[in-house]
Write a protein that binds this ligand. Structure first.
Ligand SMILES: *[C@@H]1O[C@H](CO)[C@@H](O)[C@H](O)[C@H]1NC(C)=O
Length: 291
């Protein structure tokens, strides 16, 4: 959850981003107001929710306000029947260089416990619509954890992933030790968590942390394309598919397969399953109604 590159650390000093530089954005789609993020709908059919972390002076350090806004934007996309997938991205330089250490510096154990510190971050992992992280630049500490809460990670070729909390005398606190280990295996996860060393986009691809790597300037449009592909399927069925893939991280093989089978059977109660198979037989494109 913590930390960043040294260059970011110096930038994080006082919370000195300029409100004017962070244009307060009004979104007609959401009606919301955001200070730390930009929110939009992308894709030809405007069916991909788009959240851009926008705290450039702090390399998108994940302060409390930023994560609350991300949660709010996700809630709105979750309710928006047009939206079939969401992309979360940062800037070319940083997806997010870490949590906001200034906010943590003087926090006490008691405050952490009583406030359930960082618990609300989990919002990103509990959204039912598919979420794609498009990671350019630094995804360190909380930034790496945020990316790993998403369902799919695409990386730009210059991306760097790391859990450097150990260098600050703490450990990851938003799923880093758990999701990283499940994604890349014990040896690499241990090495990253114990040394604070980062891995490159290529290493992240090799180890299974990310599914695809793209040139920096193509990353976001490729992530939106992936979102459009997902959004063109039945949102109803996508929600089931996402739920059962996630269950693979929680259940035994027998229980997971049982759950899968039940949801598979459940798809036969839907109009979209009927439409999908009928369209296939009739050699036409399916027209899903999310029913
Ligand atoms: C934390 O406490 C130290 C020592 O009292 C102080 O110098 C520092 O400014 C405080 N940091 C924050 C972010 O409030």
């Amino acid at each position: 959850m913590a930390m960043f590159c040294r260059s970011a650390a110096s930038l994080l000093k006082p919370v000195h981003f300029l409100p004017s530089a962070l244009a307060v954005v009004r979104q007609s789609s959401s009606g919301g107001q955001y200070q730390y993020i930009l929110v939009d709908k992308k894709g030809e059919k405007k069916n991909v929710g788009f959240i851009q972390l926008n705290r450039p002076k702090a390399l998108n350090a994940l302060c409390d306000g930023l994560m609350l806004e991300v949660g709010k934007a996700l809630d709105i996309f979750e309710q928006d029947t047009e939206v079939g997938a969401v992309v979360i991205t940062g800037s070319d330089k940083a997806f997010a260089a870490g949590a906001d250490i200034k906010e943590m510096q003087n926090k006490t154990f008691q405050e952490c416990i009583l406030g359930n510190f960082l618990a609300h971050w989990n919002k990103v992992a509990t959204v039912r619509k598919p979420v794609i992280a498009a990671v350019n630049g630094f995804a360190l500490g909380g930034g790496c954890e945020l990316a790993m809460m998403c369902d799919i990670i695409y990386a730009g070729e210059k991306a760097q992933f790391g859990q450097p909390e150990i260098l600050l005398g703490t450990i990851p606190g938003a799923g880093g030790t758990q999701r990283l280990t499940r994604a890349v295996g014990k040896s690499l996860a241990m090495e990253m968590v114990l040394t604070g060393d980062r891995i490159s986009a290529q290493e992240a691809k090799q180890s299974g942390l990310v599914s695809k790597v793209f040139p920096v300037d193509q990353l976001v449009s490729e992530a939106v394309k992936c979102g459009e592909k997902i959004a063109s399927n039945s949102k109803l069925i996508s929600a089931l598919a996402k739920e059962v893939v996630n269950a693979a991280f929680e259940l035994t093989l027998t229980e997971g397969n049982r759950f899968e089978k039940r949801l598979f059977h459940a798809t036969f109660a839907t109009e979209d399953r009927k439409e999908g198979m009928t369209a296939f037989v009739e050699k036409r494109k399916a027209d899903f109604q999310d029913k």
